[in-house]
Write a protein that binds this ligand. Structure first.
Ligand SMILES: C[S@@+](CC[C@H](N)C(=O)[O-])C[C@H]1O[C@@H](n2cnc3c(N)ncnc32)[C@H](O)[C@@H]1O
Length: 277
């Protein structure tokens, strides 16, 4: 009898551990919000929320906080309810609202601070559609409102490559599954310089479980920082800002995001782009 194949770890665990740092995102949004509006944000909206990790964390961080998360993929929301929302107390859960819907249509009460992270808005490939999304976002913000998104770029962002590998520390899931240190692989499979369309995959290599190929695939338009700032202003935001990191001695991001007007044309970066209502 052959050896029974081990069930691979759920890709949502691997994804969250590899690409999400919701406290860093929330701290950034709170800092920039407080700088602009001289008060602390209380309400947060997470568009393209997936497993709603950021929205759930916001509701958890203070009893004054309330959060909304929107995603149109019910199974991913269900996973988030099972594992992220279940971490909350009953009172915290009451201050978290998850909506299964399209971010171009869904309605929430007006919030102070909104996020669209991990480049998710790049699914909108037409300028008109992205502007419409930003207009709706602006309408969903209070008068003292702030919108935070992120985008990647740099000379290597416009090349096909599959050698972007990061070692991610292992962990144990709530069900007791021990996931050893594993590899996160970012592949840029295609990039079309004519329209900036790009196809990217996330693969994982988990010792003992092998390679999980194409765990996630994205069909995006890689928007430039210049375009995003212009379209935010066209959509009616009063100001658009770009925050970028520097690099540590190993050439990795130092994760300290500063307001920038100029930046060296380096191989790779991830920026926060902020729209101020
Ligand atoms: C890259 S994941 C982002 C997950 C998480 N928010 C993060 O920061 O890592 C993109 C998510 O956007 C959702 N999505 C894509 N287009 C959408 C749309 N038009 N409306 C709502 N959700 C959408 C997908 O279902 C998916 O869960």
């Amino acid at each position: 009898m052959g050896k029974k194949k081990k069930t691979p770890p759920d890709i949502h665990w691997l994804y969250e551990a590899s690409v999400q740092n919701v406290d860093t995102d929330l701290d950034f949004g709170k800092r920039v919000y407080t700088k602009h509006w001289k008060r602390k944000p209380l309400t947060v909206r997470e568009d393209f929320c997936g497993t709603a990790k950021l929205a759930a964390r916001w509701a958890q961080r203070s009893k004054l906080h309330e959060a909304w998360g929107i995603d149109f993929h019910q199974p991913t929301l269900d996973w988030g309810v099972k594992y992220n929302v279940s971490e909350l107390t009953d009172k915290q859960k009451k201050r978290l609202h998850l909506i299964c819907g399209d971010v171009l249509e869904a309605k929430t009460p007006k919030v102070d601070l909104a996020f669209a992270l991990n480049f998710s808005f790049c699914v909108f490939k037409q300028r008109d559609v992205l502007r419409r999304y930003f207009q709706r976002m602006k309408e969903s913000l209070k008068d003292e409102g702030l919108f935070v998104m992120d985008i990647y770029g740099g000379t290597e962002s416009v090349t096909a490559k599959s050698d972007d590998v990061r070692e991610i520390p292992g962990f144990t899931t709530p069900e007791g599954m021990k996931i050893p240190d594993f590899e996160y692989v970012w592949e840029q499979a295609a990039y079309n310089p004519i329209n900036h369309d790009t196809t990217c995959h996330i693969h994982f290599k988990v010792p003992g479980f092998g390679k999980i190929e194409k765990a996630f695939t994205y069909e995006w338009r890689l928007w430039t920082l210049a375009e995003l700032q212009e379209i935010l202003l066209e959509a009616g935001f009063s100001k658009a800002e770009v925050y970028l990191h520097d690099f540590d001695d190993e050439g990795e991001s130092d994760e300290i995001f500063r307001l920038r007007k100029t930046y060296e044309n380096v191989q790779g970066w991830v920026a926060y782009v902020v729209g101020i209502k």
